[in-house]
Ligand binder design. Structure first.
Ligand code: SF4
Length: 340
């Protein structure tokens, strides 16, 4: 791989879920790149394809999923062509890791934190270095991981069971296990949604610091745009399986180009809007097996025109590095779009 190549390059990824005779297009020609050390925030309402995107990259999709076309190039290789054995041995948990909303489900309640951490460290090490290492070596590594995620008195904490850790501490353990020195891509799916706001802020700072320290790239899926504004270098807005807008955090937040992004941003509580009623986007995300023709957002969009009901707007560059899929873009030029 050349030095300047992106770490991850997803092109035209198209995926269906099949339930009996029902076919749901969960991802539709999704294309983007993720640079080394970059944090990309992925936002949108529930059912827009954010989690499916993360699961496609780490290849942990449910059986009903079928990738119809596209590529997921990681370090120059198409993950879709890599065998399950190689994914397990060399990629998943080694180079690409994922943390979920509920760390409780990822930790085994009957084993100590030490056992769970050292087992993973042993498995990671086994693939890189065949030398036999002592239990002491792995214990020291586990202590170092816990310390790096801000857990106080890590050597004493190793003998605890998961039930003795709070939700925030369990999430720190998961991050400590995920961000090994070899992890180049971290997929975080609503990783802090179940935590209270103070712990959420601490965990997000931790992800950002560790990503900077290890040069790890992060795909951070969240419905919370406020969190993404703090954390992400770029933002991708998804709706009904498609990318609606993609750009730097500054571009998307200061000059949203797509009506859906503008509406999402105007639904965010802010100090300036205190005392005013927040915008609620009319209607709901359409079911994936019954998407409206043309632009899938048109039944909810106050700017919709006739063309929007007939044709699908392509994702096009509005300014350098800022992309949007809306027929309004060419008419509006660089004027800031406001929903209200
Ligand atoms: Fe609204 Fe039309 Fe733009 Fe879709 S293409 S977001 S319906 S204006």
């Amino acid at each position: 791989m050349k030095k300047e190549d992106p770490l991850l390059e997803v092109s035209k990824l198209t995926l269906d879920y099949r339930l009996g005779k029902r076919k749901m297009r969960a991802l539709d020609r999704v294309s983007f790149q993720l640079e080394k050390g970059e944090i990309m925030g992925v936002a949108g309402e529930s059912g827009c394809g954010k989690s499916t995107l993360g699961l496609s990259i780490i290849k942990l999709l449910p059986k009903i999923a079928e990738i119809k076309r596209g590529e997921i190039l990681f370090e120059g290789r198409d993950l879709l062509k890599i065998s399950e054995t190689e994914m397990n041995k060399k990629i998943r948990g080694q180079k690409i890791s994922m943390i979920f909303q509920n760390p409780q489900n990822a930790l085994n309640p009957v084993f100590t934190i030490e056992k769970q951490m050292t087992d993973i460290l042993r498995a990671q090490r086994k693939h890189k270095d065949k030398r036999v290492r002592s239990s002491r070596f792995y214990r020291d590594q586990a202590i170092e991981r816990l310390r790096s995620t801000g857990i106080a008195d890590p050597s004493a904490r190793l003998s605890n069971y998961p039930y003795e850790f709070s939700g925030g501490m369990k999430q720190r353990v998961m991050i400590g296990m995920a961000l090994s020195s070899g992890t180049s891509l971290l997929l975080a799916d609503e990783a802090t949604t179940a935590l209270d706001v103070t712990i959420e802020a601490q965990i997000n700072r931790l992800i950002s610091d560790l990503a900077a320290e290890y040069g790890t790239s992060v795909l951070y899926v969240s419905h919370n745009l406020g969190v993404l504004a703090e954390l992400a270098d770029r933002i991708m807005i998804m709706y009904a399986g498609r990318i609606f807008e993609l750009g730097t955090t500054e571009d998307v937040f200061d000059s949203p180009s797509h009506p859906y992004s503008a509406a999402l941003l105007e639904s965010l509580p802010s100090r300036q809007a205190r005392g005013k009623r927040l915008l609620s986007i009319p209607g709901i995300v359409p079911p994936l097996d019954n998407l409206p023709c043309g632009c899938s957002f048109h039944p909810r969009c106050k700017f919709a025109e006739n063309i929007c009901k007939r044709e699908v707007p392509p994702l096009e560059q509005v300014t350098d590095g800022h992309w949007s899929a809306c027929f309004l873009d060419s008419k509006r030029g660089r004027k800031r779009l406001k929903w209200i």
